[in-house]
Design a binder for this molecule. Structure first.
Ligand SMILES: [Ca+2]
Ligand SMILES: [Ca+2]
Length: 366
């Protein structure tokens, strides 16, 4: 690997020198570098589907005819594989092929995606080039991480449309009471007489850390309440016998995308429900199946940015930025299609609010 890396480092250096002559485009993202790289995104479950659409656009014939002329291959690694399923990230000039499987699981959730990005930067192998993240910068993140917020999601509580908590509106105080163990029966909050079965997403989930850290403001595992786990945004992963009594946080964007059939429907009859006393009191979703749109605002305590994270140390950093970032000029005209506003309709179809950044950008860097 060392020999190949050294050889292609030479090629990168040549490309970098060539770009220095393009003085008129100093603020643009770097040009295609002539290397066919594999740009792999991994991590968040919340953004796996919208990222799939973003990367499919980057791989499209239109992109290859305009900006992705190498062409680089953008690969979206699923967070979870079932049974004997495998997923292969092809080799490229910087890294060998990676085969994810039951024995070599893919990064599942934002934390693991960012850990994989950091490891790839340190190894200079680019096996993960982009971390999908539904959580912002953490205190232990390397300074070389760049966060590109590209959309806004909301997290609210969900219950089964045919269960004991169907059709309810909860106050923030009630939701917190359920998760701290002081409210244990749906009839205490206007529902049927049945025990509330309390669910949280899998550990390492960005939705988990946002829901507990921001919406609840405490860690329920330190409270006198029994917590069960599910794979976030997947109602089918809640035990069938628990569904009628279950409560679980759910990404509004994921719920909409599933309801709009742009991604497989895993809602299992769960609905995303109003939460009052948290900055936005209405229904979080408008419209009907196939045409759902997000109805919450950024004033909602449960609203959160979602990000693509890059590490400036990875071998394909500049090329990854061409798909999901922008450069120091803060100009929409020289940004990636995602950050230049060209994918706004896709972002909305997948249930997210769009972002307004400086200079007409549709991303914010932090
Ligand atoms: Ca390239
Ligand atoms: Ca790579």
């Amino acid at each position: 690997m060392r020999t190949r890396t050294a050889r292609f480092l030479g090629a990168t250096a040549v490309a970098a020198c060539a770009c220095l002559t393009l003085t008129g485009t100093a603020s643009a993202v770097a040009p295609a570098n002539g290397l066919q790289e594999v740009l792999a995104a991994a991590g968040s479950d919340t953004t796996v589907d919208i990222t799939g659409a973003i990367l499919a656009d980057a791989n499209s014939a239109a992109a290859q005819g305009s900006w992705n002329t190498d062409p680089d291959d953008h690969v979206n690694v699923p967070p979870l594989l079932s049974g004997t399923q495998t997923f292969t990230v092809p080799a490229d000039p910087f890294g060998d092929e990676v085969v994810y499987s039951a024995s070599n699981p893919a990064p599942n959730g934002s934390s693991q995606g960012k850990a994989a990005l950091k490891a790839s930067a340190e190894a200079f192998d680019g096996k993960t080039d982009i971390a999908r993240s539904s959580s912002g910068r953490g205190s232990s993140d390397p300074a070389t991480f760049e966060y590109y917020a590209f959309a806004t999601d909301g997290v609210t509580w969900s219950s089964s449309a045919t269960g004991s908590g169907a059709g309810l509106t909860l106050t923030l105080a009630q939701l917190r009471g359920i998760y701290d163990g002081s409210i244990t029966n749906w009839n205490q909050v206007g529902g049927a007489n049945a025990a509330i079965v309390v669910y949280l997403p899998q550990t390492g989930s960005g939705t988990l850390s946002f829901f507990t850290g921001t919406v609840l403001g405490f860690d329920p595992t330190t409270k006198p309440v029994t917590i069960k786990r599910f794979q976030e945004h997947d109602g089918n992963s809640i035990a069938a016998g628990d569904r009628a009594g279950a409560i679980a946080p759910f990404s509004i964007a994921q719920w909409i995308a599933q309801g709009n059939a742009v991604t497989p429907d895993k809602r299992a009859g769960f609905t995303v429900n109003p939460l009052t006393g948290a900055g936005f009191n209405g229904s979080p979703v408008a419209g009907s199946a196939g045409g759902y749109t997000p109805a919450f605002t950024t004033a909602f305590l449960g609203s959160r940015s979602v990000y693509n994270v890059l590490d400036t140390r990875t071998p394909s950093y500049d090329q990854a930025k061409r798909a999901v970032g922008f450069d120091d000029g803060d100009s929409a005209s020289t940004a990636s299609p995602l950050c230049g506003g060209q994918l706004a309709a896709t972002i909305q179809q997948y249930g997210f609010l769009t972002v307004s950044g400086p200079g007409g950008l549709s991303c914010v860097r932090s």
